[in-house]
Design a protein around this ligand. Sequence first.
Ligand code: F0G
Length: 452
Amino acid sequence: MTPTVTPPLSRLRCIACSRDYPLAEVRYECDACKGLLEVSHDLERLKRMQPSPSAWRALFEERLGAAAGPHQSGVWRYHELILPDLPLASIVSKPEGNTNLYRSPRLEALTGTGEVRIKHEGENPTLSFKDRGMTAGVSFARHLGVRAVACASTGDTSAALASYAAEVEGMRGVVVLPAGKVSAEQLSQPIASGCLTLSLPTDFDGCIRLLRDVCRRRPLYLLNSVNPLRIEGQKSIGFEIVQQLGWEPPDWIVVPVGNAGNISAIGKGLFEMRALGMIDRVPRLLGAQAASAAPLARACREGYRERVRVEAGDTVASAIRIGDPVSYDKAVKVVRESGGAFEQSGEQEIMDAKALVDATGVYICPNSATAVAAFLKARASGLIGKDERVVIVATAHGCKFSKATIDYHEGRLPGITPGRANRIVEVPAEARAIERLLPAGSEGPPQGGAKR
Ligand code: F0G
């Protein structure tokens, strides 16, 4: 008797011509048409793995209590929707995800909006959302027995790659960074993790072009988001948002966009969840770019007539300084299908939005602030309505970009008026000097009235 072989649940599929390939084939584009590849799951079979959509939801609720193992992770809690055929034993997890979804009463009051929340992805182990894609990418690389993994990066992907690769015995990481365009904190991460850290006199678009060329000739496993496996892990941001909201999707999810992998991933995941019956609608996606690197915002304004590529200019949002996003086509597809849009903001708008949110006690980075700025504009124009429920994705922690924060508050950012500055005050080392500067409510005797 011949044994029955269960076909895999996932394959690679070209988004342009639908040609498909086995998942374990290392490839980043379609052989036939050079189109982008995505992981395509057999959703009908997945659907039948549980008796009903509510059984899927119950399973993911139950795993919230996992005390050990990959299901603790905010990515691998959704294992069956991420990489169902990947054995749990292959997974490299810290664990990541499970980030806070902060309600922001002050943003709600300021903008007159029903509900506004910030999903703080800076609370991941390497302080950015990239850990979600990287746990998927590095786990799969380990499963394949890959020895060297590589990425080009504006900083955060390299930090995540370095940290996950460092956990795998015998795996080496290689990161290719644009010289002088990565923050000191970001740069310190791959160095600390023992990665081969290369600094090139070009921009991100130049770095990734060169690395893709090297990967065509050498057995390096490319872990930029052009690798569809990364996207699968990244999808979990959207899953977590709807689970945290009691499976009631928000009306909008606002996401900063650089290489456009993240917004594509969030959209893909939510459309899959809808196909599985776990949610009844997909939120509208608003992609946010910095005006000096805004090919997608321009394409949106022009009705997506043609693919836009720009040479990216300087911006405080250095992690999204990308003129030719790799996942352009995927991003346009999900944003349009969701009924969403792309918006761009200038440097002043970005830094003011950052200071606004930072001052509420949620410390975000300039890239994330681009999403806040886009939200403010969309609210002002009426694109986002007053009764709508909005989630803004903060992609990295403010601590990764301390120079931009301090320079803003000290009035040292060229061309930017620090309208919300909180200046550092230098004082002599004397108690009286401190007392003279204390805020209202600090007058009179100490609390309790007693002299100490
Ligand atoms: N926010 C931060 C903090 C980022 O680091 C990135 C991308 C994005 C937003 C945009 O996400 O590229 O998926 O559209 N950083 C990449 C990197 C390019 O190399 O770290 P995207």
